[in-house]
Design a protein around this ligand. Structure first.
Ligand code: ACO
Length: 432
């Protein structure tokens, strides 16, 4: 992975030179290994936002942002979305290979077995206000899992880490659905282990003790596909947060709660909520030019939500699948004329023919169409990002596990360029 055919960095001030090894992955750009830089040159590198920095080695997900390619363990997202289901994709992301029939059965059994919450957790929900944002609730509940499941917090034991993985993946649908039920003042609905992962989630969201909920197979499939599309995405903000939190040896539940907190930001996971709010505010096609003008105005902080991505400088492959799924769901629900879909498609068409978006390679991202599907399914806007967190838990836990198995792993501790006051003497209060 590391070769002699590397790089030489010269300090033009001191004339010192340092050789930096080249690191070569399976595909994608090479990296310069700068780990010895400070020791040999007494300098740090500066890269806020990690725009040119690889923070780890990973074998889970590969993105080619220029080509619009997303692979999980080598498999294209398009094939997984069409041929796999969420739990099989989860297994692939966690263990590196598609499961054989026995592994498939055992994994599903393990995840199913852990779907219920410790009964005491019912009371934990009741400490929240009913109008709390569900992201605040799930962040709190997931963090609190460390207080309920002490036996899966030993991060140095692979078996303990695996049980934590099962628990998190199995319980997230219950945690998210109960956050919704709590906000509605409705009784919690317990998981039904005879149902598929996606169907069980919809059941816990929409059934009541007196009313069964039987979703159409098209909706179950769409929910499952939506979960696959959000399962992992390399070293994004929330995944990096999980890794950084985990690098100190923090327990898995605390780390995933940290990931949920990071995902909540509108520049990341809650963009799907923001897209829908923005589409509602735009209201009609004739207001699009005004919105595009605002997005282009450098003096206006306004951004077109669901557009642009740090890595994709081409169409986000997940957005293409999501756009297609959106049409299928609306057809199934008899909502083909959904005004928000028409508005979104027209907004996309106009933006993609505008030089501002074309020259900056700003394309729709996964969040652009996901909100419309979720709204059509009856998921409230405030719960959109919770669904993202539910799916991404698989990626977070896989990345967290990979970090613990990595021999190069150290506590994450970036350095800085200090621009504050140099050392000075304390001035007593009466002299200030
Ligand atoms: N609307 C208008 N202009 C935009 C947008 C947008 N959505 N996104 C980027 N730009 C412009 C910037 O103003 C900048 O222009 P400049 O070069 O003239 O200064 C240029 O495009 C590059 O933008 P950066 O902010 O440097 O790109 P960065 O990689 O840091 O940001 C981000 C990526 C945060 C996703 C950004 O595109 C954005 O804010 N998009 C809207 C929010 C969104 O949809 N987030 C979801 C991301 S996907 C996910 O997390 C699942």
């Amino acid at each position: 992975m590391s070769t002699n055919d590397g790089f030489t960095l010269t300090d033009n001030k001191s004339g010192k030179k340092v050789d930096l090894p080249r690191m070569i992955g399976t595909v994608g750009p090479d990296l310069a290994d700068i780990r010895t830089l400070y020791g040999s040159m007494d300098i740090f590198t500066y890269d806020p936002g990690f725009t040119s920095t690889g923070s780890c080695k990973s074998a889970i997900t590969y993105i080619d942002g220029d080509q619009g390619i997303l692979l999980h363990r080598g498999y294209p997202i398009e094939q997984l979305a069409e041929k796999s289901d969420f739990l099989e994709t989860a297994y692939l992301i966690l263990y590196g290979e598609l499961p054989n029939p026995e592994q498939n059965k055992a994994f599903r059994k393990n995840v199913t077995y852990h779907s219920m919450l410790q009964d005491q957790m019912n009371y934990f929900y009741r400490g929240f206000r009913r109008d709390a944002h569900p992201m605040a609730v799930i962040c709190g509940v997931v963090g609190a899992m460390a207080a309920f499941y002490h036996d899966s917090t030993n991060v140095n034991d692979p078996a303990s880490r695996e049980v934590a993985s099962f628990r998190l993946i199995a319980k997230m649908p219950t945690i998210v659905a109960w956050a919704y039920k709590y906000s509605q003042g409705q009784p919690f609905i317990y998981p039904n282990n005879k149902m598929s992962y996606a169907e069980n989630f919809l059941h816990m969201m929409f059934a009541t003790p007196c009313e069964e909920y039987v979703p159409s197979p098209v909706l179950v499939k769409a929910m499952d596909r939506l979960l696959i599309l959000h399962a992992d995405h390399e070293q994004n903000a929330s995944t990096s947060t999980v890794r950084l939190a985990g690098s100190s040896g923090a327990n898995p539940f605390a780390c995933i709660a940290a990931g949920i907190a990071s995902l909540w930001g509108p520049a990341h996971g809650s963009a799907n909520e923001a897209v829908l709010q923005q589409l509602r505010e735009i209201g009609s096609v004739d207001r699009i030019p005004e919105i595009i003008a605002r997005a282009k105005d450098k003096d206006d902080p306004f951004r077109l939500m669901g557009f642009g991505h740090r890595v994709y400088k081409n169409y986000d492959p997940r957005a293409k699948i999501m756009g297609q799924a959106c049409k299928e769901v609306l057809k199934e629900l008899g909502k083909e004329d959904e005004p928000l879909l028409k508005l979104a498609m027209e907004l996309e068409r106009i933006a993609l023919s505008d030089d501002y978006f074309v020259s900056r390679k700003l394309f729709p991202n996964v969040d652009f169409y996901s909100g419309i599907i979720l709204q059509a399914m009856g998921i409230p806007t405030s719960a959109f990002t919770c669904l993202f967190a539910l799916a991404r838990t698989v990626g977070w836990i896989a990345q967290w596990n990979e970090m613990h198995e990595d021999k190069d792993q150290k506590i994450g501790r970036p350095r800085q360029l200090y621009v504050g006051a140099p050392q000075r003497d304390y001035t007593p209060l009466d002299k200030r």
